[in-house]
Write a protein that binds this ligand. Structure first.
Ligand code: ATP
Ligand code: MG
Length: 249
């Protein structure tokens, strides 16, 4: 996956590396071909944001970290794009926040589920949920509703990077705190999130981990204040503004 010959000095190094990882993910059977299209969409927005973490996205990542530390049962949902782009970083976030990892696919096949579970284990995950699939998200069709009852099914806080709008909406209706990572502030997933992080997953996940570590010793009151001060609509407006002005909020 990392045997790639792009000089780090290349001005679009990160973007090319990201494409290469997605391509390798498809070859390895962990990313669907539709995942390539999703990546293309994301890249377009990242380009408009100046391929950087804008201040409002950093604030959102901090609020997300506070939610994770307050949670009883936080779960990080992983799909084929997330697994291809940042498997190690996802495991690190799960460890720092004491969260479960659950593989959850829009286009679910047993082969791809297993390939992603194996891939995450190769990158340091101990337990990976998602294969049991004995729970359901109400309100969406059967295949796409499958979750583990003791994973996403009973989570109070879920991190859903690059989630499709329907499922994001249904999860939101289950009264879970939903942290969405999505580069498009206008996508339905971002719009229905309790905490939308408008940033590239490859930057947002390590950034959340950093915030979790920084807030590790904060009191409940301090964490609740961070959560209370965060305004999702403001964050989405700031991101839209940044897109319109080429990266400045
Ligand atoms: P909906 O409006 O229902 O949410 P959608 O357009 O978001 O639909 P998809 O194309 O399935 O539907 O979703 C992919 C989403 O993931 C896009 O919004 C895209 O911006 C985002 N995305 C893709 N790659 C990344 C990435 N590397 N980091 C963050 N977000 C990404
Ligand atoms: Mg979306």
């Amino acid at each position: 996956m990392s045997d790639i010959e792009i000089p780090e000095s290349h001005p679009r190094y990160q973007s090319l590396l990201t494409r290469h990882r997605i391509e390798a993910g498809v070859e390895k059977g962990i990313t669907s071909r539709q995942g390539l299209i999703a990546q293309g969409r994301g890249e377009a927005f990242d380009y408009l944001l100046g391929e950087q973490t804008i201040p409002s996205a950093d604030e959102a990542a901090r609020a997300a970290a506070a939610h994770l530390l307050l949670a009883e049962h936080p779960v990080i949902s992983v799909n084929g794009n997330v697994a291809a782009l940042c498997p190690e970083e996802t495991v690190e976030l799960a460890n720092a926040a004491d969260a479960d990892i659950e593989v959850n696919l829009f286009n679910r096949t047993d082969e791809r589920m297993q390939a992603i579970v194996d891939h995450l284990r190769e990158h340091g995950a101990d337990e990976v949920k998602g294969l049991t699939a004995d729970g359901r998200i109400p309100g969406i069709n059967h295949e796409r509703a499958k979750v583990d009852a003791d994973g996403i099914g009973s989570a109070d806080v879920v991190v859903v990077p690059l989630e499709d709008g329907d499922r994001a909406e249904a999860l939101g209706e289950m009264e879970k705190v939903e942290i969405v990572v999505d580069l498009n502030p206008m996508s339905r997933s971002a719009q229905v999130a309790s905490v939308p992080i408008v940033d590239n997953i490859i930057r947002a996940v390590p950034n959340m981990t950093e915030h979790v570590r920084e807030l590790q010793d904060a009191t409940r009151e301090e964490l609740e204040a961070i959560v209370g001060d965060f305004d999702a609509d403001e964050a989405l407006d700031a991101a839209e503004q940044a897109i319109r002005s080429g990266g400045d909020e």
